[in-house]
Design a binder for this molecule. Structure first.
Ligand SMILES: Nc1ncnc2c1ncn2[C@@H]1O[C@H](COP(=O)(O)OP(=O)(O)OP(=O)(O)O)[C@@H](O)[C@H]1O
Length: 367
């Protein structure tokens, strides 16, 4: 059946300049699940998407989607945007303002002319809970509702690939979570591979199985999300990249009296404040910035820090003329980093392989 279909690839070998900015990308992207395109503002994320959709012609290069050559500046081949099987959702949704929600959806469904049957219009209306909205005009919808309709409409044009460019940027926190979980379901539920542009590392961690990091128009790193982000630093919000790691643990219990959930990571337990209960047994990813982790040779007692994890000291990176050092530890086969002063590192005089305790500030943790 459909499950054995081979993964398409997007083969990109493209150069494009705007004044001082030069995009130069040679990358083969497997279209499997959700791939995040992550990078600071101005790194070229939107430009890359516009080249893939065909809204922008590159100065030089070639682009292929599976067996289809979409653009080749040597042969002169160029498939215009509306003939590419690529769905693109704008940051602001962009529905037809004079058509009801139902007619917006019908328009996409009819135009698709596709025989692809992974889902029907009714499936989408159901999954996106759009029934009550069908008679309404876009102007009467809330931001979150509009974004849900826009996502549904893009899916109904039945693309082979969906591009999302910061689809949550116009939404508040509560609505973000709803749309985020809908997007997370797209590959499994609707067999729809997604390229997802974001500069929010939290979204990337939650959604993306693979991540491409762009920096100044080039690919700085690419591969499975967790190792790529561990290697290249994790950032909070869009405050830039800083050292840290993503640890995966398992929810073991929920302390209702203290409003904490307990997460097992190897022999250690992390307690985490949480608003919503999470089912026991769920695997979750925690982002832990190195500056919120300290290290001790002995297990500290009578201390406010609750999260004390046994770990193995692996080594430390010290840069010339810098006051801080980055310590690397191992917990249950996973890497944890701590940022400490060089002075502290020298005083501790640790040797590789030694047992230590990592102290993690609870309030700094985010699921
Ligand atoms: N049409 C254009 N004309 C001139 N310069 C452009 C154009 N489009 C993009 N640029 C420039 O190209 C660079 C990359 O822009 P791009 O929008 O791709 O970045 P981005 O990573 O998507 O940023 P953000 O996260 O802020 O959306 C920027 O310096 C931008 O000013």
């Amino acid at each position: 059946g459909i499950a054995s279909m081979p993964t398409d690839h997007l083969e990109i070998d493209i150069e494009h300049g705007f004044g001082d900015f030069q995009l130069s990308i040679a990358q083969s992207i497997p279209l499997d699940g959700i791939t995040a395109i992550f990078g600071p503002s101005g790194s070229g994320k939107t430009t890359l998407l516009r080249l893939i959709t065909g809204f922008l012609r590159p100065d030089r290069g070639r682009l292929a989607h599976g067996a289809d050559v979409l653009c080749d500046t040597v042969s002169g081949a160029f498939v215009p945007a509306h003939r590419r099987s690529i769905g693109y959702m704008f940051q602001d949704g962009r529905l037809f303002p004079h058509l009801s929600v139902e007619r917006n959806l019908l328009y996409a469904d009819r135009r698709s002319g596709s025989t692809q049957t992974a889902f029907s219009k009714a499936d989408i209306i159901d999954a996106f809970e759009l029934s009550p909205l069908l008679p309404r005009l876009p102007i009467s919808l809330s931001g979150g509702e509009r974004q849900r309709v826009a996502l549904a409409r893009t899916l109904l044009s039945r693309p082979r690939l969906l591009l999302l460019d910061e689809p949550l940027s116009a939404l508040d926190r509560g609505r973000r979570a709803d749309i985020l979980s809908l997007i997370g379901d797209l590959p499994g539920r609707f067999c729809m591979p997604v390229l997802y542009v974001s500069h929010d590392v939290g979204e990337v961690i939650q959604l993306a199985s693979n991540t491409i990091i762009l920096s100044a128009g080039r690919v700085k790193a690419s591969g499975p999300t967790v190792p790529v982000l561990n290697e290249h630093g994790v950032a909070k919000g869009d405050s830039g990249i800083e050292p840290g790691v993503i640890l995966t643990g398992t929810v073991t219990s929920h302390d209702e009296a203290y409003h904490l959930i307990r997460i097992a990571i190897g022999d250690g337990v992390i307690s985490l404040p949480t608003a919503n209960a999470m089912a026991t047994g769920t695997d979750i990813r925690l982002r832990i910035e190195a500056r919120n982790v300290a290290i001790s040779r002995h297990k500290p007692e009578q201390i406010s820090i609750r999260n004390i994890l046994p770990a193995i000291f692996k080594g430390a990176t010290v840069e010339d003329n810098q006051p801080l050092a980055l310590i690397e530890m191992e917990i249950d086969g996973q890497c944890l980093r701590a940022q400490v002063t060089r002075e502290a590192l020298d005083e501790l005089a640790l040797t590789a392989g030694e047992r230590v305790f990592a102290l993690v500030k609870t309030a700094s943790l985010e699921v």
